[in-house]
Design a protein around this ligand. Structure first.
Ligand SMILES: C[S@@+](CC[C@H](N)C(=O)[O-])C[C@H]1O[C@@H](n2cnc3c(N)ncnc32)[C@H](O)[C@@H]1O
Length: 286
């Protein structure tokens, strides 16, 4: 099961009151949403969006409106459901534990699965990137999205390997990465495939582009004094959020509530290692 990250901190800042409405743009297994629904009784609703149809299928809850879609289309989704007024919007970015543990879509380098890495039912797959993109572009995404030291070497090895046989499974990709990186890199605490897998996931789902699209829409549809909360797990995501909040604060469209990002406590990290890299920022619409 996916353990919601920074749950107490999210609730403290959203501060849900009776009958208020909220949007969870990344509902996943509804960890945050269920806690919100406990507090906005008896008539408050949550519009819960997820791009992953399997997550949406599992949700059946009173006062919860589940929607399968990309949060980059937030305004349209909200319009279609005539959902208002909105007191708070939450984005808890990235993938859920279900994706790595159960989806069978190749999100984890620890399982032997097809290289899909896609939240949506159709569209680009990681296998297409690995087998069709030019070496330079593969190297670029590994460097930029994965901050991978051996980006160019791995890209080169991917091209060499795919000329012999297409790389279609996670295990084949892991073997390819292994051939490209030095021995000492294979014995580090962080697995040598971590950064490549992260980069491919971000590129496959266009995660940074979606984030850039959703932020202005979220701010626009919030009611005055409504809260916008973003939890990110990657420095590039956090930079996008930080710059957006700063820019809008300069224009007096919102107030920055978190001068510095909120991070997980040592206790939370022990209990849920996934929270280690979480950074939460909060803005309040003017
Ligand atoms: C970290 S999980 C959310 C976990 C959730 N807060 C919980 O407590 O269970 C992120 C979720 O966002 C979804 N997601 C990622 N990108 C998305 C997008 N562009 N639009 C909608 N959902 C997205 C993923 O499918 C995943 O289920």
């Amino acid at each position: 099961m996916h353990i919601p990250v920074l749950l107490e901190e999210v609730l403290e800042h959203l501060n849900p009151q009776a009958n208020e409405n909220f949007i969870d743009c990344t509902i996943g297994e509804a960890g945050h949403s269920l806690a919100i629904l406990e507090r906005n009784k008896p008539k408050g609703k949550v519009l819960g969006i997820d791009w992953e149809a399997e997550n949406i299928k599992k949700l059946e809850e009173d006062r919860l409106i589940p929607v399968c879609g990309n949060f980059a289309n937030l305004k349209n989704i909200v319009r279609q459901h005539n959902f208002q007024p909105i007191s708070g919007i939450l984005l808890d970015l990235g993938f859920s534990s279900w994706h790595t543990d159960e989806s069978g879509k190749g999100f984890s380098f620890q399982q032997d699965e097809p290289l899909i890495m896609r939240y949506a039912e159709d569209g680009l797959t990681a296998a297409e990137i690995v087998n069709q993109w030019p070496e330079k572009e593969i190297g670029d995404i590994l460097k930029e999205y994965g901050e991978e030291t051996f980006a160019r070497k791995i890209a080169k090895e991917i091209i060499r390997q795919r000329k012999i046989k297409s790389i279609i499974a996670t295990t084949e990709l892991v073997e390819t990465i292994k051939k490209a990186v030095p021995g000492w890199y294979q014995h580090k605490r962080i697995h040598f495939a971590t950064r490549t897998f992260q980069a491919l996931r971000i590129a496959t789902n266009q995660e940074l582009e979606n984030l850039k699209e959703v932020l202005p829409q979220a701010l626009e549809i919030l009611k005055p004094e409504g809260k916008l909360i973003i939890i990110s797990f990657h420095s590039l995501e956090d930079r996008i959020v930080k710059n957006f909040l700063r820019e809008k604060a300069k224009d007096n469209i919102l107030k920055i509530i978190t001068k510095k990002p909120i991070t997980a406590s040592i206790e939370e990290i022990k209990f849920n290692p996934r929270s280690r890299s979480a950074k939460m920022r909060v803005g309040q619409k003017s």
